[in-house]
Design a protein around this ligand. Structure first.
Ligand code: PEP
Ligand code: MN
Length: 282
């Protein structure tokens, strides 16, 4: 049976982020890795960059297990000002060092317009976090950057609002936008967020942009990362973002949802048959 291509209501005022006669699928190339298309991209690494030792250990571990992109936050959006705020530029330096050691491209968050030039100087992909999804001046600024941007879904954002934010970046001239579903806030309290796996097929029906799913922030709990990562890939996501820390018990941020290197290896091995089953490759 051939399924109808799209039977969802297409937002009328959104022009660039939706599929059109010119673009059916955007594939973003980052240092030899494709995001979108046949490929399944795995982004992994700690929530925050904490030290050289932590970052290098994490980078080696995620590379050994098969991840293609290294994550790590140097500027951290924290609920309270008393929590670890990230190492800032020193963190960016450590990410660059980890890239040099492993060859993995890096993705890191930029939180404010004034830091975009600095972060762009180090990162291979700029991340816009959930809390900044509708920071329109930041979106315009990264829309003028020369690096791909991964836009996380706001925790109470609808698909149309999220695509509207992608439109801000695209309309400034940056064609390389990746969407990232990271869970939305619902009445549920057992999980940190409710991971909306339907984002994968919905975004693929409406938009040409690649969609990554983040089961770490999406659940907040280590034991739920593996099944939700599998579900994400089975539902057609173009990749997953997973938090991995050399010693999760000691993580300065998001330890409860971070995997140890051994756990990450186990998860990667579990993903392989799913990737094959949906006719994709790592
Ligand atoms: C993160 O990726 O570390 C992060 C802060 O994510 P989010 O913006 O989805 O909360
Ligand atoms: Mn985190």
């Amino acid at each position: 049976m051939v399924m109808q291509v799209c039977d969802l209501p297409i937002p009328k005022k959104i022009r660039l982020a939706i599929k059109n006669d010119e673009i059916q699928r955007t594939i973003i190339k980052v240092n030899g890795t494709n995001i979108g298309g046949e490929h399944v991209a795995v982004m992994a690494g700690p929530c925050s960059v904490e030290s050289e030792e932590q970052m290098i250990q994490a980078a080696r571990a995620v590379k050994d297990a098969g991840a293609q992109i290294l994550r790590g936050g140097a500027f951290k959006p924290r609920t309270l000002p008393y929590s670890f705020q990230g190492l800032g530029e020193e963190g960016l330096e450590l990410l660059a060092l980890a890239r040099k050691e492993t060859g993995l491209p890096i993705i890191t968050e930029v939180m404010s317009t004034e830091d975009v030039d600095l972060v762009e100087g180090y990162a291979d992909i700029l991340q816009i976090g959930a809390r900044n999804m509708q920071n329109f001046s930041l979106l315009k600024k990264v829309g003028r950057a020369s690096k791909p941007v991964m836009l996380k879904r706001g925790m109470s954002a609808t698909f149309n609002e999220w695509l509207g934010c992608a439109e801000y970046i695209l309309s400034e001239g940056n064609p390389d936008v990746i969407l990232c579903e990271r869970g939305i806030r619902t009445f549920e309290q057992i999980t940190r967020n409710t991971l909306d796996i339907s984002a994968a097929p919905i975004i693929h029906q409406i938009s040409h942009l690649p969609i990554i799913i983040d089961p770490s922030h999406g659940t907040g709990t280590r034991s739920l990362v593996e099944p939700m990562a599998k579900a994400a890939i089975a539902a057609g996501a173009d990749g997953v973002m997973i938090e991995v820390h050399p010693n999760p018990e000691e993580a300065l941020c998001d330890g409860a949802q971070s995997l140890s290197p051994e756990e990450f290896k186990y998860v990667m091995n579990g993903l392989k048959p799913i990737i094959k089953a949906v006719n994709r490759r790592l």
